[in-house]
Design a protein around this ligand. Structure first.
Ligand SMILES: [Zn+2]
Length: 246
């Protein structure tokens, strides 16, 4: 293919834009801010789960405590009734003996229930502390995530701005290149994943950084200035300049 020597120079400006656009796309894919958001969101989920567990524990303990307190009340009322019966003077000696025996067992039962209430209150304190920790942790994780999201959004906006700028510049440069040469460049760019042309500088292709051997150099040297020459190694269009070392 032949293309005007000066038009071939424009491919370098196009390649510069493509390098910038490739770097921007890579930066967008590997943004540390995205990983920071994910880490904060993961921490938030962990604390939220701990919070749900602690809330459930607190509710369960409350229910158990109410049940125990109701049992204590029942025992106390029964004991009050027994004592009133004894104090009434209407009970027979046999009945009194039986009531006193029941009072003893009620007292043991009440003491046992009160121990259980105390133990429950200790567990409730632990559960309350766990709940408070989970709530504090989650609030901090939410704040972390929101901060990280802001940083990520700022970085993405920055990348979007730069991308738009380089795309506009690329379109402008591409507008000055003839369709066949541009099509060849774009086809090579798709293959390399970055650029379709590179400058030949000091006998080295700046696309793949391989130095041309004697035969390749001779071929490039002898080629018409308007001939489109390509790097045999990477396939890019080799743009010749005064610094090519030919
Ligand atoms: Zn090359």
């Amino acid at each position: 293919m032949k293309a005007d020597h000066f038009e071939q120079q424009k491919l370098l400006a196009l390649a510069d834009e493509d390098v910038a656009l490739t770097q921007l796309a890579h930066r967008k894919r590997t943004l540390p801010e995205v990983a920071a958001v994910e880490a904060a969101a993961e921490s938030e989920r962990t604390f939220a789960e701990a919070e749900v567990r602690a809330e459930t524990e607190v509710r369960d303990l409350d229910r158990e405590q109410r049940r125990l307190e109701a049992d204590v009340d029942t025992v106390r009322q029964r004991a009050d009734r027994d004592r009133s019966r004894i104090d009434s003077g209407a009970a027979t000696p046999k009945e009194i003996t039986s009531l006193q025996s029941e009072l003893q067992s009620l007292a043991r039962r009440q003491s046992d229930l009160e121990d259980q209430v105390l133990e429950l209150m200790e567990r409730r304190e632990t559960a309350d502390a766990a709940l408070a920790d989970a709530q504090t942790g989650r609030a901090a994780a939410v704040a972390d995530r929101e901060r990280a999201e802001q940083l990520r959004d700022d970085a993405l906006a920055d990348i979007a701005d730069s991308t738009a700028r380089h795309e506009a510049k690329r379109a402008e440069v591409a507008g000055g290149i003839s369709a066949p040469l541009l099509a060849l460049y774009d086809r090579i760019r798709t293959q390399t994943g970055t650029t379709g042309a590179a400058v030949l500088k000091a006998r080295q292709c700046q696309g793949c950084r391989i130095e041309l051997n004697g035969r390749e150099l001779a071929a490039v040297r002898n080629a018409d200035p308007h001939e489109v020459v390509r790097c045999e190694n990477c396939g890019r269009i080799l743009v010749r300049t005064a610094e090519s070392g030919l």
